[in-house]
Structures are given as structure tokens and as C-alpha cells.
Design a protein around this ligand. Structure first.
Ligand code: S3P
Length: 191
């Protein structure tokens, strides 16, 4: 149901972008933040800043488990924040079960459900992602994506495949979706 006019929203005013590596979170995020007049933050950047070393260096020294601990700590930090943020998250943030309710508490969670072929096309262009430094990265993308899809779905308020749009078109559409979410509109309640 639409929220009664004048009634303050109880939904936290943040947008949280989730999705697989290369799904477009860091490209769309700043554009979406600009449209909503929110601040853009990126959990990977915050982890790197807090750790004082790069993601590959964190994985090398502390393993994936060490990285996940740092990522969860950043999520806790954001939960204590004031809001009005667009938060781009690392693709594996949903693999820590306790993070899922936290993502939902943080705000309107949008899953960028980009097709596998487009993801591969993007991630194969850079070697910065430790989890894809395998003998067969194409196969790694396939298996990781398959395992994570249900986790993204469980966390998401909104699912969006905008791979055939320009980043600005996609950001425009997502900003409208987020505004409706903040106004209390829910698809299930509106048929
Ligand atoms: C990871 C995704 C990366 C980064 C790290 C682990 C993952 O972020 O957090 O390399 O497990 O999918 P992006 O999704 O921004 O590439």
C-alpha cells in the first residue's frame, strides 16, 4: 500500500547494491548516488582503506576468511552510520550468513542480476580478483555464480538486469525503484 502522506518512512534511507563481480555495482553506484543525492560508498574500498593493503594482499596474508571478517566489520560500521548512502558491496558479501539480515537492515537492497556472459566479458579483462585466479576462471565464474544466486535472491528487495541499458539509463530506473521502496510501496502488496 502507498504510505499515508506526511507519515515519515521507517525504511532506512540507504541503497545497497549486491551482485556478482563485474555486475556493474561500481559503475552504476556513483550515478545512482548522484540521482538520489546520496553519498556513494564501496565496501571493497573501505576494507582496503582500513587494512592499509590491497584486496589481493589481504587474501594473500589473511586468506578469504580474513577478508570476510574485514568486510563484515565494514558492514557493521555502515549500519551505525547516518544514512543517505548508496553502498556498493563486494560480490561475496552474501556468503557470510549473518550479513544477509544486516544488508536488509541497512536499506533497500538491489541485486544487479547481470547475465553470466556479460559478467565474464567484464571480469576477464582484469586480474585483480583473487578468487578468479584459478586454472579455469570461466568455470569458476559459473560455479560461484550458481552457488550465490540463491543468496543474492534471499537478500534482495529489488532484482534488476540492466545489462542492455547504458549506466545512466539503468541508474535512472533504479533511482525510481528506490524512491518507491522508500515511500513504502511493495510489489507483493500491489498485485
Ligand atoms: C569478491 C568480490 C570482489 C572483492 C573480493 C571478493 C567475491 O568485489 O570483494 O575480490 O567474493 O565475489 P567485486 O564484486 O566488487 O569485484
Amino acid at each position: 500500500m502507498m504510505q499515508a502522506p506526511g507519515k515519515p518512512s521507517t525504511v532506512p534511507l540507504n541503497v545497497v547494491l549486491i551482485g556478482f563481480m563485474g555486475c556493474g555495482k561500481s559503475t552504476l553506484g556513483p550515478r545512482l548516488a548522484e540521482k538520489l543525492r546520496f553519498r556513494f560508498v564501496d565496501t571493497d574500498n573501505l576494507v582496503v582503506r582500513r587494512a592499509g593493503r590491497s584486496i589481493p594482499a589481504i587474501f594473500a596474508a589473511e586468506g578469504e576468511a580474513g577478508f570476510r571478517k574485514r568486510e563484515s566489520a565494514v558492514l557493521d560500521e555502515l549500519l551505525a552510520g547516518k544514512g543517505r548512502m548508496v553502498v556498493a558491496t563486494g560480490g561475496g558479501i552474501v556468503t557470510v550468513p549473518e550479513n544477509i539480515p544486516k544488508l536488509k537492515r541497512l536499506g533497500c537492497v538491489i541485486w544487479l542480476d547481470t547475465p553470466e556472459a556479460a559478467i565474464w566479458e567484464r571480469v576477464s579483462r582484469n586480474q585483480e580478483r583473487p578468487l578468479l585466479r584459478t586454472e579455469n576462471p570461466r568455470e569458476t565464474v559459473r560455479t560461484l555464480l550458481e552457488a550465490r544466486r540463491p543468496l543474492y535472491r534471499a537478500a534482495a528487495d529489488i532484482e534488476s538486469d540492466s545489462s542492455d541499458l547504458t549506466p545512466d539509463e539503468a541508474a535512472y530506473g533504479l533511482a525510481e525503484c528506490a524512491r518507491m521502496h522508500f515511500a513504502g510501496w511493495r510489489p507483493a502488496e500491489n498485485g
